[in-house]
Design a protein around this ligand. Structure first.
Ligand SMILES: *Cc1c(COP(=O)(O)O)cnc(C)c1O
Length: 419
């Protein structure tokens, strides 16, 4: 795809001018992806959430309360930062970061958790529930629950509970109940199943808060809408700083929420948009979690998407050094934007992400989350390979405090990566 560099903010990408009015459809389809492929027992609960969201999200009260929360509790707007030293080191391209790592709790997930918590409160629910793998979504949701005075149950596989002690402690301190899931592999997939069962048992008092732009309609739309603030802010800030649009906008893609947040600000602009998937240890099945790059169409957790699957069509084993990126499915909107040719998807390996983690730490004093380091790795590669200088805006989705013990244990303090 060729897009002119140094594009003027006055240009636009006309095909996407009224995109958000058309997408998704009323049934929750982004092209042929998405939908709500759920058991009958869940249909009325999802219908209730959808109706409530459609009404409440347009009310003045909801909008102004969310705006106030973002400003005074989360610390928004988060800045856009020009990484001048890193850019100089890499050659002529200019790299900028949208600093979602500076949100309260240290990542973008709080953007949709506060929205979901506020919706639960307006719907008169007593409790919010969710599953968590590494614990990041659990901590963000536990924070929202404490803020709104809601009860919170987080379903977590026993294996993950043992691995993620600091996040388990955080959730408990915040007043959340962490419910161990003991069946099957005792990890994320079983936690999702257990949480869905609990939701079906009592959807009158509780609401299920999904952690990314995945799951049945209306979640991919709702989570995108709550994350859109990232792209809307970043676009305005970038133009104010530079007088121009970025040439390239990029973010890492696990389920795809931080990427959809940033991308949704730029769809109607003449910018290139790049999503970065985790290539892990390599392209063989089981070594990576690059769903859009290697997956085939399938169904998982109530929606259609590209899916990494085994010979029987079951979700495949996946790997990434970043535990927030290892999901075998991906948000339906990303599938649609890839098929439409609007967003290009590429990959970064574990090794490239680790190099980027150390480079950003050493050159800018910012320790990124390993998830975000995949997008940083892509920007580094673009800057190294660019024939002409480009301006690259990267979503720095989270901070790396949660990853430091792991990195030190497996990779040392970085001498090998940064000279
Ligand atoms: C969870 C997480 C991600 C991946 O989730 P998306 O829905 O793909 O954004 C990325 N970065 C950080 C810091 C995370 O915690």
């Amino acid at each position: 795809m060729s897009v002119p560099t140094r594009s003027s903010p006055l240009q636009s990408n006309a095909a996407y001018a009224d995109y958000f009015r058309r997408t998704p459809t009323r049934e929750g389809y982004f092209g042929k992806y998405g939908g709500a492929l759920i058991p009958p027992a869940l249909e009325s609960a999802m219908h209730e959430v959808r109706l409530a969201y459609e009404t409440i999200s347009r009310s003045h009260e909801f909008i102004s309360e969310l705006r106030r929360i973002r400003r005074h509790f989360q610390g928004r707007p988060t800045p856009v930062y020009h990484a001048a030293r890193l850019s100089r080191h890499l050659g002529g391209s200019q790299i900028y970061f949208k600093r979602e790592d500076l949100n309260h709790t240290g990542a973008h997930k709080i953007n949709h958790c506060m929205g979901e918590g506020l919706l639960a409160k307006h719907m008169g629910k007593k409790k919010i529930i969710a599953e968590t793998g590494a614990g990041q979504h659990g901590v963000a949701l536990a924070t929202a629950a404490a803020y709104f005075g809601l009860e919170c149950d987080i379903y977590m596989g026993e294996v993950d509970i043992a691995k993620q002690a600091p996040n388990v402690a955080r959730m408990k301190i915040l007043g959340t109940r962490v419910i161990p899931v003991t069946r099957g592999q005792r990890t994320l997939k079983e936690a999702v199943d257990a949480c869905l069962e609990a939701y079906m048992e009592d959807s009158a008092n509780q609401i299920y808060c999904i952690g990314s732009v995945v799951g049945p309609h209306p979640f991919p739309m709702m989570v995108r809408d709550f994350q859109r603030v990232v792209g809307v802010e970043a676009r305005e800030q970038f133009i104010e700083m530079t007088g121009n649009l970025p040439d390239i906008v990029t973010a890492c893609v696990g389920g795809g929420s931080n990427a959809m947040g940033l991308f949704s600000g730029f769809l109607a602009d003449p910018c290139e948009i790049h999503g970065v998937e985790p290539l892990g240890k390599g392209p063989q099945p089981g070594e990576h979690s690059a769903t859009l790059t290697y997956g085939k169409e399938g169904t998982i957790h109530g929606f259609r998407c590209y899916l990494l699957q085994d010979a029987e069509g079951q979700p495949a084993e996946v790997h990434s050094v970043a535990s927030g990126l290892d999901y075998p499915g991906v948000g339906p909107e990303h599938c649609h934007l890839m098929d439409a040719g609007r967003v290009q998807y590429t990959t970064a390996t574990d090794e490239a992400a680790i190099e980027a983690f150390f480079m950003l730490s050493r050159m800018e004093g910012i320790i990124p989350a390993l998830e975000s380091a995949h997008a940083v790795a892509h920007a580094i590669r673009l800057a190294r390979e660019a024939a002409d200088p480009r301006s690259i805006l990267v979503n720095l989705s989270g901070r790396g405090d949660k990853d430091m013990d792991y990195v030190i244990e497996h990779y040392g303090t970085g001498g090998r990566y940064v000279k």
